[in-house]
Design a protein. Structure first.
Length: 462
């Protein structure tokens, strides 16, 4: 811990745990909450850390994070610093070639060259920019918390102890996309795009302590990243239970099913839910699906919608506000998570928090969130359209079952999965990292802790 950071922190009263408030740098290379779980994580965790009395500076790249800076009880303790990339994947001109006057340094050139050759540069290039930025501000932070970057730039000295979040190993996404790829050209493209996972494996193995949100993520980290099991600890994250709560004034729409999914990401299993919808509409013709996410104009999901004649029965919405999202979930008779794998599944926790009955697969860590089949949810095997259809039919035909599962789901989330609990557990890891850096190895400039977190499910695709 630096003298400067200690002096800055001591100017305020104690934090919620009775100890000195911390000055935290929270890094995120992709932080907009409408672009996936990484942004949701940063928004809610940063707010709750500030509520505990800590100062949090989020340092992010495009799409920039959306923070709750204006809330009265945290005002002055939460801020955003924009660490700009070249924003090569922005809408409406993704995979663009920057103009000559946009280039600032060799990192920009590396970013463009990697994109031109089919790779995904952001984890590496953000980490390099972040290291430069943090070293220039040495002494301002007690701890640096990296959100999923796992880039080479964050190895070594970044001016403060390092804590890193991994939202399940991205190698899982890579495997599922390769399984779904048709033809050697598509498989080559997938392999090239996910080349950055080799870097993330190397970086993860050099970080000595790992915090994860589920037993499934813990095992995946061991199997895919080679992190030793004795380095890994489980601390759950959660839903915003003040926002995601029941509201009897919101009218239920008969037959409405809501899911959160990127249309053609194989991991999300949307194609199986579309097929299940076609089956269940035979007996429940008012059944219809609202997908929170971007609609792909072509691809397996679009083809399935056309094949089963579901135009008008499947709607996609994106970029909606928090209030609109909550009311959409409340209005549904069923919330569904059809994913083949999740490291946590925020959509499951959020739907349960509203009291909406949940139908979910047993992919990855979903059962740890959703709970026992028939008690807090209905659970079905991943990748099984017939089982999804049976579950949908059972719930649509049994209002008493829906009400019972909805109540039990809300109670489970309140007891286990809240952002306040997540922030408290994260602060414990921060303090351990700080103590380790000041411990029996005084020559070491920065301790490292890895915090593995939520699956990167999207509210909507950027």
């Amino acid at each position: 811990m630096t003298a400067e950071a200690s002096q800055a922190g001591s100017q305020e009263g104690p934090a919620a745990d009775g100890e000195r408030p911390l000055n935290i740098a929270l890094l995120t290379y992709k932080g907009n909450p409408f672009c996936g779980g990484q942004g949701v994580y940063v928004r809610h965790l940063s707010r709750e850390l500030a509520r505990l009395g800590h100062r949090v500076e989020v340092i992010g790249s495009q799409p920039y994070p959306v923070l709750d800076e204006g809330i009265e009880d945290i005002r002055g303790r939460l801020s955003l610093t924009e660490l700009a990339s070249l924003d090569l994947y922005r809408s409406p001109d993704p995979f663009r070639t920057p103009k000559r006057d946009e280039y600032r340094d060799w990192i920009d050139a590396l970013e463009v060259a990697t994109m031109w050759t089919g790779g995904f540069p952001e984890p590496l290039t953000f980490s390099l920019r972040a290291r430069r930025h943090l070293r220039a501000r040495r002494g301002e932070f007690d701890v640096v918390h990296d959100n999923q970057t796992l880039g080479y730039g964050l190895l070594g000295d970044v001016g403060a102890p390092l804590v890193t979040t991994i939202h399940h190993p991205i190698t899982v996404d890579r495997r599922l996309e390769l399984d779904a790829a048709e033809g050697w050209q598509r498989r080559y493209s997938v392999r090239r795009w996910y080349a950055f996972t080799r870097m993330q494996k190397r970086v993860a193995r050099r970080l000595p302590s790992v915090l994860t949100v589920s037993g499934t993520s813990r095992q995946e980290i061991v199997d895919h990243l080679g992190v030793r099991d004795d380095r890994i600890h489980v601390v759950h994250i959660g839903a915003d239970t003040d926002l995601f709560r029941p509201d009897a004034s919101v009218r239920k729409v008969p037959g409405r099913i809501v899911t959160t999914s990127s249309a053609d990401v194989p991991l999300k299993g949307l194609i199986y839910l579309v097929e299940a919808l076609a089956k269940v509409r035979v007996e429940h013709p008012d059944a219809h699906l609202v997908v929170v996410g971007k609609r792909a104009e072509d691809g397996p999901v679009a083809q399935a919608i056309e094949r089963y004649g579901l135009e008008g029965a499947v709607d996609f919405v994106k970029g909606i506000s928090d209030a609109e999202l909550v009311d959409l979930v409340r209005s549904a008779e069923i919330a569904c998570v059809p994913s083949l794998y999740e490291g946590f599944s925020l959509p499951a926790a959020e739907a349960m928090a509203t009291g909406t009955p949940l139908l979910a697969t047993t992919g990855g860590a979903i059962p740890e969130v959703a709970g026992p089949d028939g008690e807090t949810c209905l659970a079905v095997p991943p990748g099984d359209a017939g089982a999804l259809a049976a579950g949908l039919g059972r719930l649509l035909g049994d209002p008493e079952l829906r009400a019972r599962l909805g109540r039990a789901g809300r109670e489970r989330v309140l007891a286990r999965f809240t952002w306040a609990r997540a922030a408290e557990g994260t602060v414990t890891r921060y303090r351990e990292a700080i103590a380790r850096s000041a411990g029996p190895h005084p020559g070491r400039s920065a301790a490292s802790v890895t915090v593995t977190g939520i699956s990167s499910e999207s509210r909507a695709t950027c």
